[in-house]
Design a protein around this ligand. Structure first.
Ligand code: GAR
Length: 199
């Protein structure tokens, strides 16, 4: 049985592409059953369409308010009956009732709890850290604060700017996300307080 993934995106979708590529192999153990976005006209949606994966777009602008936006997003997700929801570069903050409805993981381009938020790579560089990285974590009621599933470090180089560092982080991120989603999809993980134990 392949686990059903709904992947939410907001931009380029290189992490989505890594999941689509991995899931093309039935042995991967998970299938992307839908891709949802918070805006239209993004490369991630083109990637989904190219892979013949159904898409949905729910924008804040087309919603009465945030509550309605969350309702519509949740209804769209529910219609695909996912086993796991993956936030892969999704830049909207969803209400707890949305991220708690199904197991939901987010990938973040820093070593949480350092540098949460929308500008993690910029913030890490500005702080002068020598090592940053990637975190895959469960989404919960607060921003970038849920239990950590997997992390991997990336060294910062003296001549890095935001783009060069983010590109190197994303190379590690795609591999870590693909591997972590497979392990979660297999089931049998435990969450003990803040600690996630993978099979
Ligand atoms: C990824 O690096 C992801 O960690 C980051 O956006 C990028 C999306 O890349 N997400 C956040 O910063 C969330 N706070 P992609 O569209 O090429 O997958």
């Amino acid at each position: 049985m392949s686990a059903r993934l709904v992947v939410l995106v907001s931009g380029t979708g290189s992490n989505l592409q890594a999941l689509l590529d991995a899931a093309a192999d039935p042995a991967y153990g998970a299938t992307v059953v839908a891709v949802g976005a918070d805006r239209d006209g993004i490369e991630a949606l083109v990637r989904a369409e190219r892979a013949d994966v159904p898409t949905f777009v729910v924008t804040l602008d087309d919603s009465r308010d945030r509550d309605h936006f969350n309702d519509r997003t949740l209804t769209a997700i529910e219609s695909y009956e996912p086993d796991l929801v993956v936030l892969a570069g999704y830049m909207k903050i969803l209400a707890p009732r949305v991220v708690e409805r199904f197991p939901t993981v987010n990938t973040h381009p820093a070593l949480l709890p350092s540098f949460p938020g929308a500008h993690a790579v910029r913030d890490a560089l500005a702080h002068g850290v020598k090592v940053t990285g990637v975190t895959v974590h469960f989404a919960d009621a607060a921003v970038d604060s849920g239990a950590i599933v997997a992390q991997e470090a990336v060294a910062v180089r003296d001549d890095d700017d935001e783009d060069s560092l983010h590109e190197r982080i994303k190379v590690v991120e795609r591999r870590l996300l693909v591997d972590t989603v497979a392990r979660l999809a297999r089931g049998g993980y435990r969450i003990e307080g803040r600690k996630v134990v993978l099979p």
